[in-house]
Design a protein around this ligand. Structure first.
Ligand SMILES: Nc1ncnc2c1ncn2[C@@H]1O[C@H](COP(=O)(O)OP(=O)(O)O)[C@@H](O)[C@H]1O
Ligand SMILES: [Mg+2]
Length: 287
């Protein structure tokens, strides 16, 4: 069952002023359970606005946000619980740490939920493992950590709340390739273990091809395409038409095809490309 969805959602900033901006138009999406959804699109297309609607930090100008069958705008709706169940890690969350130690920072969310101390402790240790944060950092001040380490602390803090839906706004932004791999790999392992819904906001097709099950592609405030990776990346021309990219390996397969080699072009991982090329070679090289 899909717990979280947006129905006919529009969002306008600064309505009624000269700064009015239609950030989202006619959004209909469902966030699938037990699935990593990649939310992708150019800077300014509305991704951060959309994720803030998903946990009730912003409310639609029109349309509905539904969680567990309830409209979150209804009178008396428990938004505090919603924000525990739909955990949002902001873009550059490393600027939002404030406790004296790393341990206390990760503990902040679970403590707020009123969990017992030993359960909080268990969750902190587990979340730290997922984000690759060693326990020797627990008693250190978060302000003494590098930017990348601080980000791990912030992500661990939301993971430790064990949300039904974990949303991360550009979790790999500004990291080097190893840092990206570690953070995204950690999020991937977390989702495969938890089997909850995870939404990763990104503008890297390469990263999303590797780590997402499903993609929602946005363009200029609207949902431009959605589907699994194969469905989306098989429409390369459509993506390129609005200046979005496809993974390098997809481009490579297209280049082979344009040279007259009859290979599939709806391929977005190197392993799949290898299997396809070997099959066209009549299996030689398989030995
Ligand atoms: N607080 C705000 N006031 C007015 N316009 C905003 C505000 N925040 C974002 N916008 C505008 O809304 C659009 C969508 O922004 P955003 O959701 O941040 O996009 P993304 O996360 O995809 O980069 C952009 O044109 C942006 O300039
Ligand atoms: Mg953003």
């Amino acid at each position: 069952m899909t717990k979280l969805k947006l129905v006919d959602v529009n969002y306008t900033y600064s309505e009624g002023t000269p700064f009015r901006k239609d950030a989202l138009r006619n959004i209909n999406i469902e966030i699938e359970d037990n699935c990593i959804t990649g939310l992708i699109g150019h800077t300014g297309c509305g991704k951060s606005t959309l994720v803030q609607l998903l946990n009730g930090l912003l409310f639609p100008t029109s349309g509905e946000v539904m969680f567990d069958g309830n409209n979150i705008k209804e009178k008396g709706y428990d938004l505090k619980t919603l924000r525990h169940k739909v955990g949002l890690v902001f873009q550059y969350p490393e600027y939002q740490l404030f406790e004296d130690t790393v341990y206390d920072d990760i503990a902040f969310g679970p403590k707020n939920m009123g969990l017992p101390k030993d359960e909080i402790d268990r969750r902190i240790k587990e979340a730290a493992l997922f984000v690759g944060l060693e326990e020797r950092y627990f008693e250190v001040s978060p302000f003494d950590l590098s930017g990348g380490q601080k980000r791990r602390v912030a992500i661990a803090g939301i993971m430790a709340m064990d949300p039904d839906v974990l949303i991360l706004d550009e979790p790999a932004a500004g990291l080097d390739p190893i840092g990206r791999e570690e953070i995204l790999g950690g999020i991937y392992s977390y989702q495969r273990k938890r089997k909850n819904a995870v939404v990763i906001v990104s503008h890297s097709m390469e990263d999303m091809a590797r780590y997402s099950d499903k993609l929602i592609v946005m363009n200029d405030g609207e949902v431009f395409m959605q589907g699994n990776c194969r469905e989306v990346f098989s429409e390369t021309d459509k993506l390129l038409s609005v200046g979005l990219d496809v993974p390098q390996i997809t481009k490579f397969m297209r280049a082979l095809k344009s040279k007259g080699i009859d290979v599939r072009t709806d391929i977005f991982t190197v392993d799949e490309a290898k299997a396809e090329i070997l099959s066209k070679m009549g299996g030689c090289g398989n030995a």
